[in-house]
Design a protein around this ligand. Structure first.
Ligand code: GAL
Length: 674
């Protein structure tokens, strides 16, 4: 198996630490002294610094003060800590917004926003760009050779849109590049509909009303973001070409296609705030975490990633302020490491004394000591990480992938039908398909439809309504070469512009691959009932059922209840070349899905990390040469016995040997080395 080098410069250990804001404490140097003592005690080694420090670095235009940061960087180096240094563009100084109001965004109603909050600057503004270039260059020049500088954290959680004239003009330029001529654009947006034909580029705005217009405006936000990121990174790379650059993502955030953002990052980092206080289903929470981790690992072809932010206890923005239960902190963080993270950091190291995040969880509370439950949780994890450094750079052996595609997500949002969004549930559905196999402990990648399919044996495409150019061909090649493909209802209806394929669905040649014709998509309202019969059992179908005809495929299940569907195929399989293509024409519950997909996975030759007969336990694996690291997670509130695979293991936490079975406490997790 491939192994990977350090994700940040000179780091050979699991990264542990967090957002550190010493600039809030310059008037109380004893608190900063105490921070460094506590950092050592907590087993932390990596700090992201300067994320919102612009006014502390440049209190007035062109007047810089780096002395406080110099001292922090030096102290970090003395302690052999790594600094992930931020560019401060996530929050702009008030002086900048006052002198140049155009750096503030214009909202969708055309109103220029006042200076307030953060993450609200115009990515097109030449002044904003120039000021960002200046401060980034100053930082990079000053710390280029500083031993503590290990990576760049550009900006913070890029998000949002600006509707100013400049941004709209850039949108039109972007559209010209994409479509070349207005005729092409009109065709792509199907603008003969409702008299939407454009005769001049200048007519085009974000509000045109066509589905294609809305979708492209959403795509444009990703372009703008990536363009701005490159701009930020270029300023740094002049001085620090060797220092890796990242920006913190937000899981399945709707506003950006993170596959494109990933292309601009040297390594992936993510901010993870599981809904411990929102969702009582720990299994669902953990599987959602695992799914985003499996995507972030896949985004760089298996390369380890970093959790840039997580909460050491409760956040201040989730309702309820429920505290993490014993063992849940370790469970959350080891889930990330088990799925390919080489480090987990926190927001935040120390609680601020005032302002909006003073009640947000932190490693160090206002009391300022190590005598807190949260500090002990963190220090315990830090001590464990110190015994796990061999894990760094290890890889995850994966043979199956689930496709999660941002543009497909957006297509489902903009398509008027079939059904409404609360019926479509794209996110939830892909998560359910993922969880169906995660429950059975099959290692998975989460990929986009443009990813390389050839390295997998099993490929799952839930609700892939949009087929971008070339995707259908690659799906065919995947199956022809022996792959097992599973596609669900609401797939293969439309092209990358959301225009429907003519001549039958699934389109773009997929009727041939699946050996079916999907005549008509149908919804199942809550007052209706629909069932399918599979191996003599009746399985409930909800939300969607399609009227499918066989065109060479074999039916594995049929709809049974509604006269309109009765006897029509509900699940089909078609042999194509050396592989098989399965189509699911109705939405079933997770239990059936898990049974069905689990069977296909075994038939495709996939091996689970541990057998599925370990209820309440999830497992993942990482490998490096001959070494194997087995991660076990108990997502129940009860003690559980885990039946281990054959062989002798070492429990990394305490060095003890084990084989046969292992007991995990409620929400317990453990790393075993083989
Ligand atoms: C993140 C953000 C941090 C902090 C955190 C609180 O979205 O990047 O700066 O605000 O949320 O949970």
């Amino acid at each position: 198996m491939e192994t990977y080098g350090p994700i940040i410069r000179n780091a050979t250990e699991i990264l542990h630490g967090g957002d550190y804001n010493p600039d809030q404490w310059l008037e109380t140097p004893e608190i900063i002294d105490r921070d460094f003592e506590l950092m050592e005690k907590s087993g932390c080694n990596t700090f992201s610094v300067g994320i919102f420090s612009w006014t502390m670095l440049e209190p007035a235009p062109g007047k810089y003060q780096f002395d406080w940061l110099d001292r922090i960087m030096d102290r970090m180096a003395e302690h052999n800590f790594h600094v992930i240094l931020a560019t401060p563009s996530g929050a702009k100084p008030a002086w900048l917004a006052t002198a140049y109001p155009e750096v503030c965004r214009v909202d969708e109603h055309g109103l220029r926003q006042p200076y307030a909050d953060r993450h609200n600057h115009c990515w097109s503004s030449p002044v904003y760009r120039e000021k960002v270039r200046e401060i980034n260059s100053k930082l990079a020049e000053r710390y280029a050779h500083h031993p503590a500088l290990s990576a760049w954290h550009i900006s913070n959680e890029y998000n949002g849109k600006c509707f100013c004239e400049l941004c709209q003009e850039r949108f039109r330029v972007w559209l010209r590049e994409r479509y070349g001529t207005l005729e092409n654009l009109n065709r792509a947006w199907w603008n003969t509909f409702w008299s939407h034909l454009h005769t001049d580029w200048a007519e085009i705005t974000p509000w045109g009303g066509s589905e294609g217009n809305s979708l492209d405006w959403k795509r444009f936000a990703t372009f703008q973001c990536c363009d701005f990121m490159k701009f930020e990174a270029d300023a740094l790379r002049v001085y620090t070409p060797e220092i890796p650059v990242t920006t913190n993502m937000m899981g399945f955030f709707d506003g950006l296609d993170y596959w494109r953002v990933a292309e601009v990052c040297d390594f992936i980092s993510d901010d993870v705030y599981p809904g411990w206080g929102i969702d009582p289903d720990v299994r669902r929470i953990l599987s959602e975490c695992a799914m985003r981790h499996d995507m972030h690992r896949a985004m760089k072809n298996g390369k380890p990633f970093l959790i840039m932010e997580s909460a050491p206890s409760a956040t201040n923005w989730q309702p309820g302020h429920r505290l993490k239960r014993p063992n849940q902190h370790k469970l959350e963080e080891l889930c990330a490491v088990g799925h390919g993270a080489d480090g987990t950091l926190y927001f935040q190291w120390r609680k601020s004394r005032g302002n909006l995040e003073k009640f947000h969880g932190a490693v160090v509370d206002h009391v300022g000591t190590e005598e807190t439950r949260v500090f002990r949780d963190v220090a315990e994890l830090g001590a464990l990480y110190r015994k796990c450094n061999d894990i760094c750079g290890s890889a995850t052996p994966v043979q199956a992938a689930v496709v999660w595609d941002w543009e497909c997500f957006w297509a489902h949002q903009f398509d008027q039908g079939p059904g409404k969004e609360d019926q479509k549930k794209y996110c939830e559905t892909v998560q359910t398909f993922y969880r169906a196999l995660w429950t059975r402990n099959f290692p998975l990648d989460v990929i986009e439809s443009l990813s390389d399919f050839s390295k997998y044996r099993l490929l799952i495409c839930p609700m892939l309504i949009m087929l971008k150019p070339g995707v259908a061909e690659r799906l065919k090649a995947f199956v022809a070469a022996g792959g097992t493909l599973v596609m669900s209802y609401l797939s293969g209806y439309e092209d990358e512009n959301t225009n429907c394929f003519l001549g039958g669905w699934p389109g773009d040649g997929l009727m041939e691959l699946f050996g079916i014709w999907n005549e008509e998509p149908g919804g199942i309202p809550a007052f209706d009932r629909q069932w399918l019969r599979y191996e003599g059992r009746e399985i409930e179908v909800v939300d969607y059922a399609e009227r499918i005809h066989l065109r060479g495929a074999e039916a594995l299940a049929e709809f049974t209840s509604d006269p309109l569907y009765e006897g029509m195929p509900a699940i089909t399989v078609n042999r194509f070349g050396a592989g098989k293509a399965y189509y699911l024409a109705g939405r079933t519950g997770e239990e059936f899905l898990s049974e069905f997909l689990g069977k296909l996975a075994l038939e495709a030759g996939l091996e689970p990390v541990i057998p599925a007969e370990n209820p309440g336990i999830s497992a993942s694996v990482r490998r490096k040469g001959e070494e194997e690291f087995l991660f076990l997670f108990n997502y129940t509130a009860e003690e559980r016995q885990v039946r281990l695979p054959a062989g002798n293991f070492t429990v990394l936490a305490n060095g003890s040997c084990c084989s046969g079975t292992l007991t995990l406490p409620p929400f317990g997790s453990e790393i075993l080395k083989k």
